[in-house]
Write a protein that binds this ligand. Sequence first.
Ligand SMILES: N[C@@H](CCC(=O)N[C@@H](CS)C(=O)NCC(=O)O)C(=O)O
Length: 148
Amino acid sequence: MSALTVYHLNVSQSERIPWLCEELAISYELKTYKRAPNFAPPEYKALHPSGSAPIIQDGDLTLAESGACMEYIANRYAGGALFLPPTHPAYAQFIYWWHWANGTFQHLLNLALFLSQSGVAHDNPPLGVDEGEDRQRAEYARRAPERE
Ligand SMILES: N[C@@H](CCC(=O)N[C@@H](CS)C(=O)NCC(=O)O)C(=O)O
C-alpha cells in the first residue's frame, strides 16, 4: 500500500492531484467521492477542517489546498520536479503564474461558474467577468516572449 493517499472529489479541481501524481510517476492510493449532490459529502468534509477538495494524506499529515498539495508532493516525492528553483532565470515568472492560477484566475472561473448556474447574464456589467478575463489574456500574451 502507498504512503500517499489522494482524496478526490469527482468533477472538481482535485483532478489536479492524481494528474500530478501520474505525471511524476508517483505511486499513490486514490479514494474517490461523489458530490452529494453539489457539494462534497459529509464523509469528505470530515477529512480536513477546510472540507474542500483536494485533500491528501501522508502518514499523520492531512493536507488541503491544491497548491499546497502539489508543492508538497513535488518536493517530498519527486525532488522538486516541475518546480523551478530560485536560481532559475524564470523563477519570478514561474511563481507569479503559479500563484496567479489559484489566487486570481480560479476565483474568476468560480465566479463565472456560479453566475452561469444562478442565471445571471454573462455580460452583466457590474460583474466584469469578461473584462477581467480579457485583461489577463492580454497580459499573458504580452509576457509570452519572457517564458521562452
Ligand atoms: N482554494 C482551494 C479551493 C478548493 C475548492 O473550492 N474545492 C471545491 C471543488 S472545485 C470543493 O471542495 N467543493 C465542494 C464543497 O465545497 O463542498 C484549493 O485550491 O484547494
